[in-house]
Design a protein around this ligand. Structure first.
Ligand code: APR
Ligand code: PHB
Length: 389
């Protein structure tokens, strides 16, 4: 088999890259370790920056997003029974769209299948070869048979635990990481959201987030221990804890019901540098991880893919390797600013175990500053809607 770009991973990054390249006449094959159903079963975030919406439109997969996505003009952050609305529309002229990552992935999968493009699901033991030369290739095992795929470029879109970044020689890559001393316990339930907009609540018991997937499906989170046992949380225990952490109006508006998904996710900040190794390019969670507080994970994968697709179109038009040179620099410039915002919002809103009273006063001062300064709210708003590509 041969293709122009071998994409490892059929998550949002890999699928969006495949779709953008297809629309530029560039051939791709995606190799995915899991089944399509498994990929779709993963519950992830649900807030799209306007840049991501534009990119999905460019990829030709925005029809359902425009029909079903919820356009939000603001969100609230709360602390000590006060709630401050961040008016994104007034402060930046832009909005965000609430639309689950699962739905983005589904739309991309359907578009790829409709175009007749090759996605190999349940590809085992994927291995990358010779990407330091001009004839890279990828191999994998399926039904006990090893297959080979020759290509011009490998796009590593296989997430934090993928094989792509792990295939780079240790001396050629620098990583930066911060693991947070807590996690998020998330619940998905077919109940009416407690508020029309998202509420990020800081409470002495811990952070809580009120989000949604539609007008009838809610997504809630409470800060928990990094190693929290999800089985120790009945639905009732979750609803009670959530309401303790919300202001009285929001708490009273919470509609409870049976959870359809409940899970604990750790929080981590992580960046690998650089993002290009010869003919191997990394994008999305394979390149970086952000704590979900700023809703940047999917949106950063989108901007990585934007830069990568531009570099690949130039490369295949010219045949010059140097057209791949700028990808890493351009992507990392935006990645680090999103990492900073995600770290800042996480630090603002969470209770850090063992924190000293000074740190809690710093959080209170940050809220006071946001309440009293349009400049502070504008800074928060422009990062939340997404910095320019
Ligand atoms: N071989 C093939 N596929 C692999 C391998 C491997 N060795 N390892 C992982 N994969 C697949 C995973 O099964 C997954 O489907 O790569 C895909 C990576 O997808 P994501 O982890 O969703 O990463 P990405 O596409 O970069 O999207 C980032 O997803 O996890 C969220 O919070 C994250 O919102 C962000 C978004
Ligand atoms: C979600 O709806 O899952 C969500 C929304 C906003 C965030 C994180 C997660 O910041």
């Amino acid at each position: 088999m041969r293709t122009q770009v071998a994409i490892i991973g059929a998550g949002p990054a890999g699928l969006l890259l495949g779709q953008l390249l297809h629309r530029q006449g560039i051939d791709t094959v995606i190799l995915e370790r899991r089944s399509a159903d498994y990929v779709l079963s993963r519950i992830r975030a649900g807030v799209l920056e306007s840049g991501t919406v534009r990119l999905l439109a460019e990829a030709g997969v925005d029809a359902r997003l425009r029909a079903e996505g919820l356009v939000h003009e603001g969100f609230a952050i709360g602390s000590a029974n006060r709630r401050l609305r961040i008016d994104l529309k007034a402060l930046t002229g832009q909005t965000v769209t609430v639309y689950g990552q699962t739905e983005v992935t589904r739309d991309l999968m359907e578009a790829r299948a409709k175009a007749g493009l090759v996605t190999v699901y349940e590809a085992e033991d994927v291995a990358l070869h010779d990407f330091d030369g001009s004839s890279p290739r990828v191999s994998w095992v399926q039904d006990g048979v090893r297959h080979d795929l020759a290509c011009d470029v490998i796009a590593g879109c296989d997430g934090y635990h993928g094989v792509s970044r792990a295939s780079v020689p240790a001396g050629a890559i620098q990583t930066y990481e911060r693991a947070y001393p807590f996690g998020w316990l998330g619940v998905l339930a077919d109940v009416l959201p407690c508020s029309e907009e998202l509420i990020y609540a800081s409470h002495e018991r811990g952070f809580a987030l009120c989000s949604m997937r539609s007008h009838t499906r809610s997504r809630y989170y409470v800060q928990c221990a990094a190693d929290e046992d999800v089985l120790a949380w009945s639905d009732q225990r979750f609803w009670d804890e959530l309401r303790r952490r919300l202001d009285p109006e929001a708490a009273a508006a919470v509609v409870t019901g049976p959870s359809i998904e409940k899970s604990v996710a750790p929080l981590r900040s992580f960046v690998a540098e650089p993002l290009r190794f010869g003919r191997l390019l990394l994008a999305g969670d394979a390149a970086h991880i952000v704590p979900p507080t700023g809703a940047k994970g999917l949106n950063l994968a989108a901007s990585d893919v934007h830069y990568m697709s531009e570099a690949l179109v130039a490369f295949f038009a010219s045949g010059r390797d140097r057209d791949l040179d700028d990808y890493s620099t351009r992507a990392l410039a935006r990645i680090w600013k999103s990492e900073r915002f995600s770290w800042w919002m996480t630090t603002l809103l969470h209770v850090f175990p063992g924190t000293n009273p000074f740190d809690r006063r710093m959080q209170g001062a940050d809220f006071d500053y946001l309440e009293s300064s349009a400049a502070a709210r504008t800074s928060l708003a422009e990062n939340y809607i997404g910095l320019p590509y």
